[in-house]
Ligand binder design. Structure first.
Ligand SMILES: [Zn+2]
Length: 289
């Protein structure tokens, strides 16, 4: 992406370097343990119990604990990745601002929290191992920039537009929250007759967020360079449930998917990129994903 001249969002909250003592606030260590035990017993996704919506189905803990210099919320002028994220966030604000304005509504911008290692949110105390996520309860996107390295190295999806896709996907969940879609899906999931049925709803929600990420990409296309779209599609393919499950356990079970297959994620991201129209992202009405 060629982002020179792109304004930065003012809605980035930099919590990198903020130490979080165990057990303080939120769900806390014990609470997290309880959630993990419940999820082991019930087979439920621990993230679902915490109410947060992520990017990928399962993540191993990061290999290295990062040591980060202290500096509470200090701006880091020499931090290109943080600036890049702020620019992408600004792009999503402009894109969704226009979309909402078209239907006479005001887009309420989300805050993006940068953290490292662990973070406390209205969805509880969370480690970076869950990957980037959106917490509907506090309307914030949470991102550990180390995930970008993981995306490039472990998932084989490098590139700035791959990173922009990650940010835009989480913002997509915020849009769903504003539109009341997240609540509708949660209600439907509570009424679901099986885990598989609840998972299928989650897949549609996630694919819509992918499509919404594409809508952003279309809006910011003047900043795209050759190969950018491919970077995004490669990332979408790399984090498909079937691909992740096959890598981890050699097989894949569609009824356990919560985010959709690689092919589905690529399809819906493409859909948004091609149409630029969120109305074309209705994965809940689509007969096939
Ligand atoms: Zn998601």
């Amino acid at each position: 992406m060629r982002m020179e001249g792109r304004e930065e969002s003012e809605n980035v909250e930099d919590r990198r370097g903020v130490r979080i003592p165990g057990g303080r606030g939120g769900v806390g260590c014990v609470g997290l343990l309880v959630v993990l035990v419940i999820s082991m017993l019930t087979g439920a996704d621990p993230r679902k119990l915490l109410g947060l919506i992520g990017l990928v189905q399962q993540m191993a803990p990061p290999a290295v604990e990062q040591q980060v210099p202290a500096g509470r919320g200090q701006s880091r002028p020499d931090d290109p990745q943080a600036h890049f994220v702020a620019k992408v966030l600004k792009g999503t604000e402009d894109a969704w601002g226009q979309v909402f304005a078209r239907s006479g509504r005001t887009y309420e911008k989300p805050t993006l929290v940068l953290f490292d290692g662990r973070v406390d949110s209205a969805c509880g105390l969370t480690t970076a191992a869950v990957g980037p996520f959106y917490c509907p309860a506090d309307r914030k996107v949470y991102l550990d920039l180390a995930f970008f390295r993981e995306l490039a190295q472990r998932f084989g999806a490098p590139g700035d537009f791959a990173q922009a896709y990650v940010v835009a996907h989480e913002v997509g969940h915020h849009v769903q929250n504003l539109l009341g879609l997240s609540d509708q899906v949660t209600t439907m999931q509570q009424r679901a007759r099986s885990e598989a049925q609840a998972n299928a709803l989650s897949v549609r929600l996630e694919l819509q967020a992918d499509c919404f990420a594409g809508v952003y990409g279309r809006f910011d296309q003047k900043y795209l360079e050759e190969g950018d779209v491919e970077e995004g599609l490669r990332a979408a393919a790399a984090i498909g449930d079937d691909t992740i499950q096959k890598k981890a356990q050699g097989t894949t079970a569609p009824e356990s998917w919560t985010h959709g297959s690689s092919a589905m994620r690529v399809r819906w991201l493409k859909q948004g990129l091609q149409t630029g129209d969120p109305a074309s992202c209705d994965t809940f009405k689509a007969p096939e994903l």
